[in-house]
Design a protein around this ligand. Structure first.
Ligand SMILES: [Zn+2]
Length: 496
Protein backbone atom coordinates (compact mmCIF):
# COMPACT_ATOMS: atom_id res chain seq x y z
CA UNK A 1 0.00 0.00 0.00
CA UNK A 2 1.32 3.48 -0.89
CA UNK A 3 -1.32 5.50 0.90
CA UNK A 4 -3.92 4.94 3.60
CA UNK A 5 -6.62 7.56 4.23
CA UNK A 6 -7.75 6.69 7.70
CA UNK A 7 -11.10 7.05 9.39
CA UNK A 8 -12.98 9.17 6.85
CA UNK A 9 -16.70 9.11 6.32
CA UNK A 10 -16.66 7.36 2.95
CA UNK A 11 -19.21 8.19 0.26
CA UNK A 12 -18.64 5.56 -2.40
CA UNK A 13 -20.48 7.38 -5.21
CA UNK A 14 -23.52 5.08 -5.31
CA UNK A 15 -25.71 7.51 -3.35
CA UNK A 16 -26.14 5.09 -0.46
CA UNK A 17 -25.41 6.02 3.16
CA UNK A 18 -21.73 6.67 3.96
CA UNK A 19 -19.64 4.44 6.18
CA UNK A 20 -16.62 4.99 8.38
CA UNK A 21 -13.66 3.25 6.79
CA UNK A 22 -10.02 3.40 5.84
CA UNK A 23 -9.18 3.54 2.14
CA UNK A 24 -5.90 2.04 0.93
CA UNK A 25 -4.29 3.00 -2.36
CA UNK A 26 -1.66 1.07 -4.26
CA UNK A 27 -0.17 1.92 -7.65
CA UNK A 28 -2.80 4.54 -8.46
CA UNK A 29 -5.70 2.21 -7.71
CA UNK A 30 -7.91 1.73 -4.68
CA UNK A 31 -6.63 -1.49 -3.14
CA UNK A 32 -8.82 -1.91 -0.07
CA UNK A 33 -11.70 -0.31 1.83
CA UNK A 34 -12.33 -1.27 5.46
CA UNK A 35 -10.45 -1.53 8.71
CA UNK A 36 -6.86 -1.48 7.48
CA UNK A 37 -3.76 -2.25 9.50
CA UNK A 38 -0.70 0.00 9.41
CA UNK A 39 1.89 -0.87 6.82
CA UNK A 40 5.49 0.22 6.73
CA UNK A 41 6.15 2.70 3.94
CA UNK A 42 2.54 3.73 3.40
CA UNK A 43 1.70 7.43 3.73
CA UNK A 44 -0.96 7.85 6.41
CA UNK A 45 -3.58 10.59 6.13
CA UNK A 46 -5.74 11.14 9.21
CA UNK A 47 -9.25 11.89 7.98
CA UNK A 48 -11.52 11.52 11.01
CA UNK A 49 -14.46 13.90 10.73
CA UNK A 50 -13.90 14.48 7.02
CA UNK A 51 -15.79 13.12 4.02
CA UNK A 52 -14.00 11.09 1.35
CA UNK A 53 -15.61 10.85 -2.09
CA UNK A 54 -14.59 9.74 -5.56
CA UNK A 55 -13.02 12.66 -7.44
CA UNK A 56 -15.64 14.75 -9.18
CA UNK A 57 -16.26 14.47 -12.91
CA UNK A 58 -16.94 17.81 -14.60
CA UNK A 59 -19.12 16.61 -17.46
CA UNK A 60 -19.40 20.03 -19.05
CA UNK A 61 -16.17 21.92 -19.47
CA UNK A 62 -14.40 24.09 -21.99
CA UNK A 63 -10.92 23.14 -20.80
CA UNK A 64 -9.70 21.94 -24.24
CA UNK A 65 -6.88 24.51 -24.43
CA UNK A 66 -6.57 25.19 -20.70
CA UNK A 67 -5.22 21.69 -20.01
CA UNK A 68 -2.11 22.75 -21.98
CA UNK A 69 -1.99 26.46 -21.17
CA UNK A 70 -2.64 26.10 -17.43
CA UNK A 71 -1.80 22.41 -16.89
CA UNK A 72 -2.08 22.58 -13.11
CA UNK A 73 -5.78 23.29 -13.67
CA UNK A 74 -5.93 24.72 -10.16
CA UNK A 75 -9.42 26.19 -10.66
CA UNK A 76 -10.76 22.66 -11.17
CA UNK A 77 -8.67 20.45 -8.89
CA UNK A 78 -9.16 22.90 -6.00
CA UNK A 79 -12.86 21.98 -6.25
CA UNK A 80 -12.12 18.25 -6.13
CA UNK A 81 -12.55 17.76 -9.87
CA UNK A 82 -10.31 14.91 -11.08
CA UNK A 83 -11.74 14.42 -14.59
CA UNK A 84 -12.82 17.11 -17.03
CA UNK A 85 -14.97 16.40 -20.09
CA UNK A 86 -13.90 18.81 -22.82
CA UNK A 87 -15.34 19.57 -26.25
CA UNK A 88 -18.78 20.77 -25.17
CA UNK A 89 -21.27 23.03 -26.96
CA UNK A 90 -19.98 21.96 -30.37
CA UNK A 91 -16.57 23.51 -29.68
CA UNK A 92 -14.20 20.61 -30.27
CA UNK A 93 -10.41 20.56 -30.16
CA UNK A 94 -9.94 19.09 -33.65
CA UNK A 95 -9.41 19.43 -36.53
CA UNK A 96 -6.87 21.86 -35.13
CA UNK A 97 -7.27 24.62 -37.74
CA UNK A 98 -10.99 24.86 -37.18
CA UNK A 99 -10.54 24.73 -33.41
CA UNK A 100 -7.99 27.56 -33.30
CA UNK A 101 -10.70 30.08 -33.98
CA UNK A 102 -12.00 29.53 -30.44
CA UNK A 103 -8.77 30.81 -28.85
CA UNK A 104 -9.95 34.45 -28.62
CA UNK A 105 -13.00 33.26 -26.62
CA UNK A 106 -10.55 32.20 -23.90
CA UNK A 107 -8.43 35.32 -24.21
CA UNK A 108 -5.74 32.87 -25.31
CA UNK A 109 -4.78 34.30 -28.69
CA UNK A 110 -1.44 35.51 -27.37
CA UNK A 111 -0.70 32.07 -25.91
CA UNK A 112 -1.10 30.15 -29.18
CA UNK A 113 2.65 29.40 -29.32
CA UNK A 114 2.51 27.50 -26.04
CA UNK A 115 0.10 24.87 -27.38
CA UNK A 116 1.54 21.54 -28.45
CA UNK A 117 0.96 20.57 -32.07
CA UNK A 118 -2.02 18.39 -32.96
CA UNK A 119 -4.21 17.87 -35.98
CA UNK A 120 -6.70 15.10 -35.25
CA UNK A 121 -8.52 13.95 -32.13
CA UNK A 122 -6.05 11.06 -31.84
CA UNK A 123 -3.22 13.61 -31.81
CA UNK A 124 -5.05 15.70 -29.22
CA UNK A 125 -5.46 12.72 -26.89
CA UNK A 126 -1.78 11.82 -27.37
CA UNK A 127 -0.80 15.44 -26.66
CA UNK A 128 -2.66 15.26 -23.34
CA UNK A 129 -0.64 12.18 -22.43
CA UNK A 130 2.63 13.78 -23.53
CA UNK A 131 1.93 17.09 -21.71
CA UNK A 132 -0.13 15.85 -18.79
CA UNK A 133 -2.28 18.21 -16.77
CA UNK A 134 -3.13 17.67 -13.11
CA UNK A 135 -6.46 16.01 -13.90
CA UNK A 136 -7.79 13.45 -16.37
CA UNK A 137 -9.30 14.53 -19.67
CA UNK A 138 -12.15 12.89 -21.60
CA UNK A 139 -13.00 14.31 -25.00
CA UNK A 140 -16.17 14.96 -26.96
CA UNK A 141 -15.94 15.58 -30.69
CA UNK A 142 -17.40 19.01 -31.44
CA UNK A 143 -20.00 19.27 -34.19
CA UNK A 144 -19.33 22.97 -34.74
CA UNK A 145 -15.66 22.28 -35.36
CA UNK A 146 -16.47 19.39 -37.73
CA UNK A 147 -18.90 21.55 -39.67
CA UNK A 148 -16.63 24.58 -39.84
CA UNK A 149 -13.84 22.35 -41.11
CA UNK A 150 -15.82 21.17 -44.15
CA UNK A 151 -18.04 24.16 -44.94
CA UNK A 152 -17.13 27.19 -42.83
CA UNK A 153 -20.09 29.26 -41.66
CA UNK A 154 -22.32 28.44 -44.63
CA UNK A 155 -25.99 28.66 -43.71
CA UNK A 156 -27.10 25.57 -45.61
CA UNK A 157 -27.21 21.83 -45.19
CA UNK A 158 -23.97 20.02 -46.00
CA UNK A 159 -23.55 18.35 -49.38
CA UNK A 160 -23.21 14.57 -49.34
CA UNK A 161 -19.47 14.98 -49.66
CA UNK A 162 -19.30 17.48 -46.79
CA UNK A 163 -21.43 15.25 -44.57
CA UNK A 164 -19.19 12.30 -45.41
CA UNK A 165 -16.21 14.41 -44.34
CA UNK A 166 -17.86 15.20 -41.01
CA UNK A 167 -18.70 11.52 -40.49
CA UNK A 168 -15.10 10.51 -41.22
CA UNK A 169 -13.69 12.92 -38.66
CA UNK A 170 -16.28 11.83 -36.09
CA UNK A 171 -15.54 8.14 -36.70
CA UNK A 172 -11.81 8.74 -36.42
CA UNK A 173 -12.37 10.63 -33.16
CA UNK A 174 -14.44 7.79 -31.73
CA UNK A 175 -11.82 5.27 -32.87
CA UNK A 176 -9.22 7.30 -31.01
CA UNK A 177 -11.25 7.12 -27.80
CA UNK A 178 -13.52 10.16 -27.80
CA UNK A 179 -16.63 9.58 -25.69
CA UNK A 180 -19.28 11.09 -27.96
CA UNK A 181 -20.05 14.26 -29.81
CA UNK A 182 -21.48 17.61 -28.79
CA UNK A 183 -23.46 20.30 -30.56
CA UNK A 184 -23.94 24.01 -29.90
CA UNK A 185 -27.06 25.04 -31.77
CA UNK A 186 -27.14 28.71 -30.78
CA UNK A 187 -23.58 29.19 -32.05
CA UNK A 188 -22.05 29.49 -35.47
CA UNK A 189 -21.91 27.21 -37.35
CA UNK A 190 -24.00 24.69 -35.38
CA UNK A 191 -27.07 26.91 -35.57
CA UNK A 192 -27.21 26.41 -39.33
CA UNK A 193 -27.58 22.65 -39.02
CA UNK A 194 -30.91 20.89 -39.23
CA UNK A 195 -32.05 17.95 -37.16
CA UNK A 196 -31.34 15.36 -39.89
CA UNK A 197 -27.68 16.25 -40.02
CA UNK A 198 -27.36 15.75 -36.27
CA UNK A 199 -29.25 12.44 -36.43
CA UNK A 200 -26.95 11.16 -39.17
CA UNK A 201 -23.91 11.95 -37.05
CA UNK A 202 -25.53 10.31 -34.01
CA UNK A 203 -26.17 7.15 -36.03
CA UNK A 204 -22.42 6.92 -36.59
CA UNK A 205 -22.11 6.34 -32.83
CA UNK A 206 -24.99 3.91 -32.44
CA UNK A 207 -23.01 0.70 -32.84
CA UNK A 208 -19.90 1.86 -31.08
CA UNK A 209 -21.15 3.78 -28.07
CA UNK A 210 -20.90 7.49 -27.53
CA UNK A 211 -23.09 10.19 -26.05
CA UNK A 212 -24.79 13.04 -27.92
CA UNK A 213 -24.43 16.14 -25.70
CA UNK A 214 -26.22 19.27 -26.81
CA UNK A 215 -26.31 22.95 -26.04
CA UNK A 216 -29.78 23.07 -27.48
CA UNK A 217 -31.21 25.41 -30.09
CA UNK A 218 -33.31 27.25 -27.55
CA UNK A 219 -33.14 27.68 -23.77
CA UNK A 220 -35.80 30.42 -23.69
CA UNK A 221 -39.44 30.31 -24.75
CA UNK A 222 -38.62 27.58 -27.24
CA UNK A 223 -37.12 25.29 -24.61
CA UNK A 224 -39.64 22.48 -25.00
CA UNK A 225 -39.25 22.23 -28.79
CA UNK A 226 -35.50 22.19 -28.28
CA UNK A 227 -35.71 19.38 -25.71
CA UNK A 228 -37.98 17.45 -28.07
CA UNK A 229 -35.45 17.87 -30.90
CA UNK A 230 -32.62 16.71 -28.65
CA UNK A 231 -34.53 13.63 -27.56
CA UNK A 232 -35.43 12.87 -31.17
CA UNK A 233 -31.77 12.98 -32.17
CA UNK A 234 -30.96 10.47 -29.44
CA UNK A 235 -33.93 8.22 -30.24
CA UNK A 236 -33.46 8.28 -34.04
CA UNK A 237 -29.71 8.05 -33.71
CA UNK A 238 -29.90 5.23 -31.19
CA UNK A 239 -27.55 6.94 -28.73
CA UNK A 240 -27.66 8.24 -25.16
CA UNK A 241 -28.44 11.94 -24.86
CA UNK A 242 -27.09 14.61 -22.54
CA UNK A 243 -28.88 17.96 -22.32
CA UNK A 244 -26.17 20.47 -21.51
CA UNK A 245 -26.71 23.10 -18.80
CA UNK A 246 -30.44 22.42 -18.44
CA UNK A 247 -32.19 25.72 -17.70
CA UNK A 248 -35.02 28.08 -18.59
CA UNK A 249 -33.39 31.33 -19.63
CA UNK A 250 -35.19 34.67 -19.57
CA UNK A 251 -38.22 35.72 -17.53
CA UNK A 252 -40.81 34.61 -20.06
CA UNK A 253 -39.41 31.06 -19.94
CA UNK A 254 -39.27 30.71 -16.16
CA UNK A 255 -41.12 27.66 -14.95
CA UNK A 256 -40.75 25.74 -18.22
CA UNK A 257 -38.29 23.40 -16.54
CA UNK A 258 -41.25 21.52 -15.03
CA UNK A 259 -42.36 20.66 -18.56
CA UNK A 260 -38.86 19.96 -19.85
CA UNK A 261 -38.29 17.57 -16.96
CA UNK A 262 -41.60 15.89 -17.83
CA UNK A 263 -40.39 15.46 -21.44
CA UNK A 264 -37.21 13.86 -20.11
CA UNK A 265 -39.23 11.52 -17.89
CA UNK A 266 -41.49 10.51 -20.75
CA UNK A 267 -38.55 9.81 -23.05
CA UNK A 268 -36.83 7.79 -20.35
CA UNK A 269 -39.96 5.70 -19.85
CA UNK A 270 -39.85 4.96 -23.62
CA UNK A 271 -36.30 3.72 -23.18
CA UNK A 272 -34.34 6.75 -24.42
CA UNK A 273 -31.31 7.31 -22.19
CA UNK A 274 -31.65 11.06 -21.63
CA UNK A 275 -30.03 12.93 -18.78
CA UNK A 276 -28.83 16.48 -18.26
CA UNK A 277 -26.26 18.57 -16.48
CA UNK A 278 -26.43 21.86 -14.63
CA UNK A 279 -24.25 24.52 -13.04
CA UNK A 280 -25.58 25.82 -9.71
CA UNK A 281 -26.10 29.54 -10.39
CA UNK A 282 -28.88 31.78 -11.70
CA UNK A 283 -26.51 33.52 -14.13
CA UNK A 284 -25.13 32.07 -17.34
CA UNK A 285 -22.08 33.10 -19.33
CA UNK A 286 -21.18 33.07 -23.00
CA UNK A 287 -19.75 35.08 -25.89
CA UNK A 288 -21.46 38.44 -26.38
CA UNK A 289 -21.14 37.76 -30.11
CA UNK A 290 -23.61 34.86 -29.77
CA UNK A 291 -26.02 36.82 -27.57
CA UNK A 292 -26.10 39.69 -30.04
CA UNK A 293 -26.47 37.43 -33.06
CA UNK A 294 -29.37 35.54 -31.49
CA UNK A 295 -31.00 38.85 -30.60
CA UNK A 296 -30.53 40.47 -34.01
CA UNK A 297 -31.78 37.39 -35.85
CA UNK A 298 -34.70 37.04 -33.44
CA UNK A 299 -33.68 33.47 -32.75
CA UNK A 300 -34.13 33.90 -28.96
CA UNK A 301 -32.02 30.80 -28.42
CA UNK A 302 -30.41 32.36 -25.36
CA UNK A 303 -33.74 33.59 -23.98
CA UNK A 304 -35.07 37.14 -23.63
CA UNK A 305 -32.24 39.58 -23.47
CA UNK A 306 -32.26 42.23 -20.71
CA UNK A 307 -29.23 44.37 -21.40
CA UNK A 308 -29.06 45.76 -17.86
CA UNK A 309 -28.62 42.17 -16.58
CA UNK A 310 -25.81 41.37 -19.01
CA UNK A 311 -22.37 42.25 -17.68
CA UNK A 312 -18.97 41.98 -19.34
CA UNK A 313 -16.83 39.29 -17.73
CA UNK A 314 -13.83 39.62 -20.05
CA UNK A 315 -12.86 42.23 -22.57
CA UNK A 316 -9.11 41.70 -23.07
CA UNK A 317 -8.56 44.92 -25.03
CA UNK A 318 -10.76 47.04 -22.71
CA UNK A 319 -10.43 45.72 -19.17
CA UNK A 320 -12.12 48.92 -18.00
CA UNK A 321 -15.38 47.49 -19.36
CA UNK A 322 -15.27 44.41 -17.13
CA UNK A 323 -18.15 44.07 -14.66
CA UNK A 324 -20.08 46.84 -16.44
CA UNK A 325 -23.49 46.10 -17.92
CA UNK A 326 -24.28 46.61 -21.59
CA UNK A 327 -27.03 49.06 -20.56
CA UNK A 328 -24.50 51.03 -18.54
CA UNK A 329 -22.01 51.15 -21.42
CA UNK A 330 -24.84 52.20 -23.75
CA UNK A 331 -25.69 55.16 -21.50
CA UNK A 332 -22.06 56.22 -21.50
CA UNK A 333 -21.83 55.94 -25.28
CA UNK A 334 -25.19 57.67 -25.79
CA UNK A 335 -26.17 54.63 -27.82
CA UNK A 336 -28.95 52.11 -27.53
CA UNK A 337 -27.93 48.80 -25.93
CA UNK A 338 -27.84 46.88 -29.22
CA UNK A 339 -25.50 49.48 -30.69
CA UNK A 340 -23.35 49.32 -27.58
CA UNK A 341 -23.22 45.52 -27.73
CA UNK A 342 -22.28 45.79 -31.40
CA UNK A 343 -19.50 48.25 -30.56
CA UNK A 344 -18.12 45.89 -27.90
CA UNK A 345 -18.21 42.93 -30.31
CA UNK A 346 -16.53 45.02 -33.01
CA UNK A 347 -13.77 45.94 -30.57
CA UNK A 348 -13.30 42.54 -28.93
CA UNK A 349 -14.63 39.89 -31.30
CA UNK A 350 -15.04 36.54 -29.57
CA UNK A 351 -13.00 37.88 -26.66
CA UNK A 352 -16.06 39.65 -25.21
CA UNK A 353 -17.50 37.18 -22.69
CA UNK A 354 -20.56 38.14 -20.67
CA UNK A 355 -22.33 37.00 -17.52
CA UNK A 356 -26.12 37.03 -17.92
CA UNK A 357 -28.52 37.03 -15.00
CA UNK A 358 -31.32 35.09 -16.71
CA UNK A 359 -32.50 32.26 -14.47
CA UNK A 360 -34.87 31.79 -11.60
CA UNK A 361 -33.73 30.26 -8.30
CA UNK A 362 -36.78 27.98 -8.02
CA UNK A 363 -36.00 26.58 -11.48
CA UNK A 364 -32.37 25.98 -10.54
CA UNK A 365 -33.50 23.96 -7.51
CA UNK A 366 -36.19 22.11 -9.45
CA UNK A 367 -33.68 20.96 -12.07
CA UNK A 368 -31.06 20.08 -9.46
CA UNK A 369 -33.48 18.02 -7.39
CA UNK A 370 -34.51 15.93 -10.39
CA UNK A 371 -32.79 12.55 -10.72
CA UNK A 372 -31.88 13.21 -14.39
CA UNK A 373 -29.45 15.99 -13.46
CA UNK A 374 -25.70 15.67 -13.02
CA UNK A 375 -23.26 18.50 -12.40
CA UNK A 376 -21.13 20.31 -14.98
CA UNK A 377 -19.41 23.64 -14.46
CA UNK A 378 -19.56 25.11 -17.98
CA UNK A 379 -16.64 27.19 -16.69
CA UNK A 380 -14.90 29.36 -19.26
CA UNK A 381 -11.18 29.36 -18.40
CA UNK A 382 -10.28 32.81 -19.65
CA UNK A 383 -6.93 34.53 -19.28
CA UNK A 384 -7.66 37.72 -17.40
CA UNK A 385 -11.10 39.11 -16.82
CA UNK A 386 -13.65 38.15 -14.20
CA UNK A 387 -14.92 34.73 -15.28
CA UNK A 388 -18.26 33.46 -14.01
CA UNK A 389 -17.53 32.05 -10.53
CA UNK A 390 -18.77 28.63 -11.68
CA UNK A 391 -15.24 28.13 -13.02
CA UNK A 392 -13.90 27.93 -9.45
CA UNK A 393 -16.91 27.03 -7.35
CA UNK A 394 -19.45 24.74 -9.01
CA UNK A 395 -18.90 21.48 -7.13
CA UNK A 396 -18.37 22.91 -3.61
CA UNK A 397 -21.43 25.12 -4.11
CA UNK A 398 -23.63 22.12 -4.90
CA UNK A 399 -22.32 20.24 -1.86
CA UNK A 400 -22.42 23.18 0.55
CA UNK A 401 -25.01 25.71 -0.49
CA UNK A 402 -27.49 23.35 -2.16
CA UNK A 403 -27.10 19.96 -0.45
CA UNK A 404 -26.09 20.91 3.11
CA UNK A 405 -27.76 24.33 3.52
CA UNK A 406 -30.77 24.25 1.18
CA UNK A 407 -31.47 20.52 1.46
CA UNK A 408 -32.12 20.07 -2.26
CA UNK A 409 -30.78 16.53 -1.89
CA UNK A 410 -28.63 14.50 0.48
CA UNK A 411 -24.87 14.84 0.40
CA UNK A 412 -24.64 11.22 -0.78
CA UNK A 413 -26.98 11.92 -3.68
CA UNK A 414 -25.14 15.14 -4.60
CA UNK A 415 -21.90 13.15 -4.70
CA UNK A 416 -23.50 10.45 -6.87
CA UNK A 417 -24.50 13.13 -9.42
CA UNK A 418 -20.82 14.16 -9.69
CA UNK A 419 -19.23 10.70 -9.70
CA UNK A 420 -20.86 7.33 -10.43
CA UNK A 421 -23.71 8.80 -12.48
CA UNK A 422 -21.51 10.68 -14.98
CA UNK A 423 -18.96 7.84 -15.07
CA UNK A 424 -21.70 5.44 -16.17
CA UNK A 425 -23.22 7.84 -18.68
CA UNK A 426 -19.96 8.78 -20.37
CA UNK A 427 -18.41 5.32 -20.27
CA UNK A 428 -15.59 6.23 -17.91
CA UNK A 429 -14.95 2.71 -16.66
CA UNK A 430 -13.29 2.37 -13.28
CA UNK A 431 -13.97 5.99 -12.27
CA UNK A 432 -16.47 7.65 -9.99
CA UNK A 433 -16.42 4.96 -7.30
CA UNK A 434 -14.63 4.11 -4.10
CA UNK A 435 -14.20 0.37 -4.35
CA UNK A 436 -11.24 -1.95 -4.78
CA UNK A 437 -9.96 -1.77 -8.35
CA UNK A 438 -11.27 1.72 -9.10
CA UNK A 439 -8.84 4.51 -9.98
CA UNK A 440 -7.65 6.37 -6.90
CA UNK A 441 -9.21 9.70 -7.93
CA UNK A 442 -10.31 10.99 -4.53
CA UNK A 443 -11.39 14.14 -2.74
CA UNK A 444 -11.27 14.66 1.01
CA UNK A 445 -13.39 17.53 2.31
CA UNK A 446 -15.08 18.97 5.37
CA UNK A 447 -18.83 18.61 4.87
CA UNK A 448 -19.47 21.32 7.48
CA UNK A 449 -17.57 24.04 5.64
CA UNK A 450 -17.36 23.11 1.97
CA UNK A 451 -18.67 25.87 -0.29
CA UNK A 452 -17.64 28.21 -3.05
CA UNK A 453 -16.18 31.53 -1.96
CA UNK A 454 -16.01 33.42 -5.25
CA UNK A 455 -18.23 36.29 -6.28
CA UNK A 456 -18.90 37.91 -9.64
CA UNK A 457 -16.50 40.71 -8.66
CA UNK A 458 -13.88 38.36 -7.21
CA UNK A 459 -14.39 35.00 -8.91
CA UNK A 460 -10.84 33.67 -8.75
CA UNK A 461 -11.02 32.22 -5.26
CA UNK A 462 -10.52 28.63 -4.23
CA UNK A 463 -13.47 27.05 -2.48
CA UNK A 464 -13.59 26.43 1.25
CA UNK A 465 -13.47 23.03 2.88
CA UNK A 466 -11.51 20.95 0.34
CA UNK A 467 -8.71 19.28 2.31
CA UNK A 468 -6.97 17.08 -0.23
CA UNK A 469 -7.37 15.82 -3.79
CA UNK A 470 -5.67 12.82 -5.41
CA UNK A 471 -5.58 11.94 -9.09
CA UNK A 472 -4.54 8.34 -9.72
CA UNK A 473 -3.23 8.18 -6.17
CA UNK A 474 -1.00 11.26 -6.56
CA UNK A 475 -1.84 14.21 -4.37
CA UNK A 476 -2.57 17.37 -6.37
CA UNK A 477 -4.07 19.57 -3.62
CA UNK A 478 -2.77 19.74 -0.06
CA UNK A 479 -4.39 22.01 2.54
CA UNK A 480 -5.60 24.51 -0.02
CA UNK A 481 -2.43 24.60 -2.11
CA UNK A 482 -1.57 22.91 -5.39
CA UNK A 483 1.29 20.42 -5.08
CA UNK A 484 2.54 21.02 -8.63
CA UNK A 485 1.98 17.36 -9.52
CA UNK A 486 0.48 16.60 -12.94
CA UNK A 487 -0.66 12.97 -12.88
CA UNK A 488 -3.59 13.36 -15.29
CA UNK A 489 -4.01 11.52 -18.55
CA UNK A 490 -6.35 11.18 -21.48
CA UNK A 491 -9.25 8.81 -20.78
CA UNK A 492 -10.10 6.85 -23.92
CA UNK A 493 -13.32 4.99 -24.36
CA UNK A 494 -13.03 1.58 -25.94
CA UNK A 495 -15.41 1.25 -28.92
CA UNK A 496 -17.58 -1.71 -27.99
ZN1 LIG B 1 -23.19 25.69 -23.86
Amino acid sequence: MDLVIRGATVYDGTGGPPCLADVGVSGGTIAAVGDLTREAGATEVAATGLALAPGFIDVHSHDDFAVFLTPEMDFKVAQGVTTTVVGNCGLGAAPHEAAQRYLPFFGADAHRDRLPAWTTYADYLDAVDRHPPSLNVAVLVGHGTLRFDVMGNDRRPPSDRELAGMLDTLAAGLDAGCIGYSSGLVYEPGRYSQTDELVTLAQEMAQSGGVYASHMRNEGDGLLDAVAETIRIGADGGVPVQISHHKASGRSAWGLVHDSLALIERARSRGVDVTADQYPYTAGSTALFAVLQNHEERAHGVGDVEWERITLASAPRHPEWERRSIADLAAELHADPVEAARAVVDAEGYGAVVVMETMNEDDVRTVMGHPSTMIGSDGIPTFGGKPHPRLYGTFPRVLGHYARDAGVFTLAEAIRRMTAMPAAKFGLAGRGAIEPGAAADLVLFDPATIDDTGTYDEPRRYPAGVTAVWVGGTRVMHDGAHTGERPGRALRRARD
